[in-house]
Design a protein around this ligand. Structure first.
Ligand SMILES: NC(=O)c1ccc[n+]([C@@H]2O[C@H](COP(=O)([O-])OP(=O)(O)OC[C@H]3O[C@@H](n4cnc5c(N)ncnc54)[C@H](O)[C@@H]3O)[C@@H](O)[C@H]2O)c1
Ligand SMILES: O=c1ccn([C@@H]2O[C@H](COP(=O)(O)OP(=O)(O)O[C@H]3O[C@H](CO)[C@@H](O)[C@H](O)[C@H]3O)[C@@H](O)[C@H]2O)c(=O)[nH]1
Length: 331
């Protein structure tokens, strides 16, 4: 029996398409709102209903909420390229902040009771120390992080004023693909390390640039907390159950494993998976890259019954590689 209907924005994108799978598998009915600007209609599981619309299209969004009796929103839609947010900040304040405002307003107008928001570790900027806790200072160093922090602030104010609660999940570095091969990261021009590395391993690019080898880390390369996208999707389903069970409480939670890997450790893992050595080219640092970004995940482990199932760099790489091969076969 269905648990009820939820609306997933950005459900045709990388993380959203995995959340659609997790929500459907958990017994929710799902309606996706996505304008396919970076997503793909084929990435939406056919059990879900796809409404091709911008989240700022109030008529389409409210129509979907009312028609399906939506009780909760999972909000993944947004613009996600950090350097682009620096060169075109207004795009990010439009698509991440203003568009989120419209969506939240639609949720309130349609008496949707629960809201889950894709926030980011980029809200912390360069942390004073790692692992970083949720109450650490938030000083984003790019418009992307600020556009998300502003949406967190809106949600806090709206939840205080209206009968809606929320979970803001601050994702660390999302990677991997559905272990059953149903979805994965498919957008061209990827910049994320594991995606770039599996593209190199499958011959789509010739080498990997290593951005910086003089960081204050054991091997000098940047350290990040990589979380498997399917574990992250499961965290959303658990967060939804919590919001439904305790409607007066909202939550802001880091979503990471609490363990970091360096760029070279990631590339070694990809080499292990293929028995081929990817060419590494040491480059200068990328602007604004912190030495290390690792989640303190005590809060999410305490709040949710969620327990990571794929906290293993080799498993993340294996799933990312399998998806990259699927994409290559499709051409
Ligand atoms: N990938 C990461 O490592 C990461 C880390 C932290 C946070 N996030 C957040 O997670 C969310 C999903 O990211 P992703 O990596 O899956 O990106 P993605 O680009 O694959 O997915 C975004 C989806 O939203 C859709 N979309 C964008 N703007 C829209 C709009 N105005 N109306 C309707 N649909 C719209 C796109 O078509 C796409 O399907 C984003 O909000 C992102 O900021 C991602
Ligand atoms: O070709 C590459 C790509 C990345 N890196 C390095 O690999 C690490 C990870 O980089 P990347 O995969 O680009 O992720 P981040 O820059 O850490 O940011 C991601 O993770 C953040 C949360 O931590 C999200 O908010 C952002 O959306 C998302 O881009 C960093 O040290 C990079 O300098 C390289 O050396 N070579």
């Amino acid at each position: 029996m269905s648990k009820g209907s939820i609306l997933i924005t950005g459900g045709a994108g990388y993380i959203g398409s995995h959340a659609v799978l997790a929500a459907l598998d958990a017994g929710w009915d799902v309606v996706v709102v996505d304008n396919l600007v970076t997503g793909f209609d084929w990435a939406v599981d056919p059990r879900a209903t796809l409404v091709r619309a911008n989240i700022e299209d109030d008529a389409a969004v409210r129509g979907a909420m009312r028609e399906h009796g939506v009780i909760a929103v999972m909000h993944f839609a947004g613009s996600v390229v950090v350097p682009e947010s620096v060169s075109d900040p207004l795009k990010y304040y439009r698509n991440n902040t203003t568009a989120s405002r419209s969506l939240i307003e639609s949720a309130v107008a349609c008496e949707v009771r629960h809201f889950i928001f894709s926030s980011t570790a980029a809200t912390y900027g360069i942390p004073d120390s790692v692992p970083v806790r949720e109450d650490a200072p938030k000083h984003p160093i790019n418009p992307y992080g600020m556009s998300k922090l502003m949406t967190e602030a809106m949600l806090a104010d709206v939840a205080a004023a209206h009968p809606i609660n929320y979970a803001a999940l601050r994702y660390f570095n999302v990677a991997g693909a559905d272990p059953e091969g149903r979805s994965g990261q498919s957008t061209a021009g990827a910049t994320h390390l594991i995606k770039v590395a599996v593209e190199a391993a499958t011959g789509k690019r010739g080498h990997v640039d290593v951005f910086g080898s003089d960081f204050a880390t054991p091997d000098g390369t940047g350290v990040r907390d990589y979380i498997h996208v399917s574990d992250l999707a499961d965290a959303h389903v658990h967060a939804l159950d919590l919001l439904v069970a305790e409607p007066a409480k909202s939550h802001t939670l880091n979503a990471g494993y609490g363990r970091g890997y360096s760029v070279l450790e990631v590339l070694d893992a990809v080499d292990r998976a293929t028995n081929v050595t990817i060419e590494r080219r040491l480059q200068g640092r990328r602007a604004g890259d912190p030495d290390a970004l690792i989640a303190d995940n005590a809060a999410i482990l305490a709040a949710l019954p969620w327990r990571p199932q794929r906290d293993d760099l080799d498993a993340i790489v294996a799933d990312a590689l399998a998806w990259e091969r699927t994409l290559a076969e499709r051409g």
